[in-house]
Each structure stands twice: as structure tokens, then as C-alpha cells.
Ligand binder design. Sequence first.
Ligand SMILES: CC(C)(COP(=O)(O)OP(=O)(O)OC[C@H]1O[C@@H](n2cnc3c(N)ncnc32)[C@H](O)[C@@H]1OP(=O)(O)O)[C@@H](O)C(=O)NCCC(=O)NCCS
Length: 137
Amino acid sequence: MDVKRTLDGISPEQLRGFFVGWPNPPSPHTFRRLLAGSSNIALALDGNEVVGFITAISDGVLSAYIPLLEVKPEYQGRGIGQKLVADMLEQLSGLYMVDLICDEKMRPFYERLGLKHGTGMLHRNYANQSGSPPAKA
Ligand SMILES: CC(C)(COP(=O)(O)OP(=O)(O)OC[C@H]1O[C@@H](n2cnc3c(N)ncnc32)[C@H](O)[C@@H]1OP(=O)(O)O)[C@@H](O)C(=O)NCCC(=O)NCCS
């Protein structure tokens, strides 16, 4: 299982099979666009197949937020999620704060990786769940 930190050579076709359970998921093209727009990414690859990913958005000075982490169902439970989070924490190790929001049931997973529990607040615009349109030039 390789971890890749760039999108070089990754096509939208390789990005199918994610956002499992989302009522209104981004298309593979939109998924590629959000990866390209993230400040940091890590992709887990089994050969040419992308089987997991994590993204971060950062100001590059103090802070970063980790919005998305997913491993394809058939690859879950093999340590890939943990490897992706560890890789992202390494990429962001020069920053002061790295935050994410998760379900309560995921707390032990993140605590094992050294993250601490806090309280978060959320805003969701469900009309845009499949992705906002590309910005006009
Ligand atoms: C969460 C996720 C990325 C973990 O990926 P993974 O490759 O299976 O993770 P690892 O193999 O490194 O670690 C597995 C551990 O994650 C934790 N975990 C995963 N899913 C969990 C769930 N639904 N509830 C509680 N713990 C869970 C467990 O501790 C599990 O350990 P176990 O296999 O011994 O039970 C993967 O389950 C996934 O893609 N889930 C759907 C999307 C999602 O929930 N993303 C996280 C948003 S915060």
C-alpha cells in the first residue's frame, strides 16, 4: 500500500467508489477538483487503484483543518485510515493547530493517533453537498 501526496497522474476514473452513503455525492470530476483545491492530500494506492484519501485545508502559518477521510469499504480495517491520518499529521507537523470534527464513536481511533477531544460547531449547506460549481474566470 503506497501513500501518494500529489494528484500527478491520477484521473477522475481512479476516484470512483468514494463518498459511500452520501445522498448527494460529488462526481469523480468534482472529487478531483476538491483534491486539487486542498492544501494537502494523501492518497492510499493499491497498484493504480485509489483506495483511500485524506485532505487538509491550511493557512500554511498556524492552522489546518482536516475535512475528509475515507477508505473504500473493502479496504477498511487494515490500518489504511490510520496510515493516512499519520501521514497528514506529518505533513502538517510545522503548524500550531490541526483540527477535525468526527462522530463520538471515532474518538478512540483519533486518540490513538494522539489527537485530543474538544468541542466543535458545524454549519452544513445540504444544497451544495455534491460540490459548489467551479469559480468563473
Ligand atoms: C474511518 C475510516 C477512514 C477508517 O479507515 P480504516 O482503514 O478502516 O481504519 P484503520 O484500519 O486504520 O483503523 C480501523 C479502526 O478505525 C475505527 N473505526 C473505523 N470505523 C469505525 C466506526 N464506524 N465506528 C467506530 N470506530 C471505527 C476502529 O477503531 C477500527 O478498529 P478495528 O478495525 O479494530 O475495529 C473508514 O472506516 C471510513 O472510510 N469510514 C467511512 C468514512 C468516515 O467515517 N470517515 C471518517 C470521518 S471522521
